[in-house]
Ligand binder design. Sequence first.
Ligand SMILES: C[S@@+](CC[C@H](N)C(=O)[O-])C[C@H]1O[C@@H](n2cnc3c(N)ncnc32)[C@H](O)[C@@H]1O
Length: 459
Amino acid sequence: MKTDQSIKIQLNQTFPLTIKRLGINGEGVGYFKKQVVFVPGALPGEEVVVEATKINPKFAEAKIKKIRIKSPHRVQPPCPVYEECGGCQLQHLKYSQQLKEKRDIVIQSLERHTRLAVDKLDIRDTIGMEDPWGYRNKSSFQLAGRDGKVLAGLYGLNSHQLINIEHCAVQHSQTNEAVNTVKKVLEELKITIYNEKTRKGIVRTIVTRVGVASGELQIVLITNQKELPKQEQIIEEIKKRLPNVKSIVQNINEQKTSLIFGEETLPLAGEEFIQETLGDLQFELSARTFFQLNPVQTIKLYNEVKNAAALTGQEKIVDAYCGVGTIGLWLADQAAEVRGMDVIPESIEDAKKNAKRHGFTNTKYVPGKAEEVLPKWVKKGWKPDVIIVDPPRTGLDGQLIQTILQTASEKLIYISCNPSTLAKDIQMLSVKYEVKFIQPVDMFPQTAHVETVSLLVKK
Ligand SMILES: C[S@@+](CC[C@H](N)C(=O)[O-])C[C@H]1O[C@@H](n2cnc3c(N)ncnc32)[C@H](O)[C@@H]1O
C-alpha cells in the first residue's frame, strides 16, 4: 500500500517529540506521525515539546518550547552568545558524548547511502582532543560600528545581525586578545567601520592567524578601499599593544559579495607571513594561504593517513586536493614519489616551495582539477600505488571516481569532512574497493563537523 509521505504538520503547531538521533548539522531528529522533524539544540533521548517553524516538502523544522526529559549528557554551554551565534552547534553536549555522536553520524550516513553491511565495518571511536577549547588558529570577524563602538563577531544563526564576540571559546587565546585590541585601536582612532547597507565606511573585517607552535601572530585588516586613514598610528598602536604580532597586512575588498578576501593584499608592517610548524615540517603562511584550522588534531589526522598508507619507500603516491601540500609532505620521506594537484594555483606554488624548503626532490605539484589531472598522468602510463583524496564537502567528482576505479591502486585513503558525500562515494568505489576501516577525527570540537580517514583496499 502506498502511503502519503507529504508533510502534514502545520506551521506553528506545537507537539511532543522524542529525539532519536543527531542530524548532520547537529540538530536533534525526531518523528511526528512518521514525519521527520529537525530541532536545533535538542539531544538524542530527550522528550521535548516543540513548535514547527518551517515546513518543507519532506521534513519540518521546529524549535524547543519545553524539555520534558533532559539528556544526561546535556551541559551548560560556556559561551554567552552560543544560542545566537551559530558558529558552534554542540556546546550543550558533553564532549565525550560529542565524540560518540560524531561516530554515529558516520554510521547513519553509511546506512543511508550505501548497501554495505555497516555493522560489519571497522568504524573506530572518534579521536578527540584532550582540551577541546581554544583550538582554532584562524578567525575572520566581521565588523560593525554602533554608537561609536566597534563590534566584531559573526553573523547570527539564519540572520544578518552581527553578534559581538568578546571571547570566542573555540578560538586560540591570542586571537581573542588580538581581535579585542584591534577593535579598541580602531575605536580610539575613530576609523570608520564599513556598513553593509550603505556600503560606506572603511574597515570591513579583521582576520587573525596564530602560529600555534611559533606563537607568531598575523593581523589582516580587510578594507573597502585602498586608502587606510591614520595607517601609521594604527600600525604603531597594534605593535605596541600586541608584541607577538609578526605580520600586519591590508587586503582590499571592494566587492558587494560576502567573500571575505579581495584580490589585492598589501604589507603594512613586519613580514608578509607567519611561521607554523607541524611535526618536523615548517610552513610560511601568508594571509590567503589555506592551512588546517586545528593544528593539534591535524597531526593526529595526518598520522592516521600515514599509518593507513603503511609505506615501504617504494610507493608512488597521489595527494589529490593537496592544498599547500601538507599531507604529501608528511609522507614524502617514506615514498618513492608524491604527486599532488589543487585547483588553486597559489596553493600549488606554496606546495612547491614547501617541498623545496624541506629538501624533497621526489615531489611534483600541478595546478588543476583532480578529475582532469589524474586521468592525464594515468594515460601517460604513471600508475600510483596509493591514492589519497581530501576533497571539499561536495566529495569526489564522478570522473575522478571512474579514474580511480580504472587505475585500481592498491590503496585509496579518503579524508572526508562530509559523511554524506563520503558514504555516496564509498558506495560507487565499493565495486573495486573494500573498506578496511573508517577513523573519525574530531577537527572541530563543539561543532557538528565530522572528519574521517577511511582506508579502502583493492578487492
Ligand atoms: C579540504 S581541502 C584539503 C587541503 C589539504 N589536503 C590539507 O590537508 O590542507 C580541499 C582542497 O581541495 C581543493 N579543490 C577543490 N576542488 C578541487 C578539484 N576539483 N580538484 C583539485 N582540488 C580541488 C581546494 O582548493 C582545497 O585546497
